[in-house]
Write a protein that binds this ligand. Structure first.
Ligand SMILES: [Zn+2]
Length: 139
């Protein structure tokens, strides 16, 4: 069950959704675009960090994913307009935005939680001493 790859520098750790404290344990149980549903580990498989810092903590990540969605859709609408030479067909925009919104939802789900834990959680930092092979969680 444990995935004990080496600890990662911060950017790859974010891309691969590793635990923000040890950068080794996986935050999610399945790949982003796998057949399994999106589920998060309750605790880090390596250092035992509880990802949901308090009950309801991930409601905040829903706001983050909403902000990500809005930013993506604005970017997309501008891109469609530029690429089509200023198309005024609303169905073109609605169709592409709906399809892209569905396609991006696992991405937004995952990275809203990563952003929350890496940047928006006070007191949660990288602890190199917890990323070693010998470190075992005592919760
Ligand atoms: Zn960890």
């Amino acid at each position: 069950m444990n995935n004990h790859a080496s600890p990662l520098p911060v950017v790859p750790a974010i891309i691969h959704a590793r635990c923000p404290r040890c950068r080794r344990g996986e935050m999610f149980t399945a790949p982003m675009y796998g057949l399994k549903s999106q589920r998060m580990n309750t605790t880090c498989p390596h250092c035992g960090l509880t990802f949901e810092r308090e009950p309801g903590y991930f409601y905040v990540s829903m706001l983050i994913s909403y902000a990500m969605f809005v930013a993506e859709m604005i970017t997309l609408a501008v891109a469609i307009s530029v690429l089509t030479g200023g198309s005024r067909n609303p169905w073109l925009y609605i169709g592409i935005i709906l399809i892209t919104g569905v396609a991006l939802s696992p991405f937004n789900f995952r990275y809203s939680r990563v952003i929350l834990l890496f940047w928006l959680t006070p007191g949660l930092h990288y602890h190199p001493e917890m990323s070693g092979d010998k470190y075992t969680s005592d919760k």
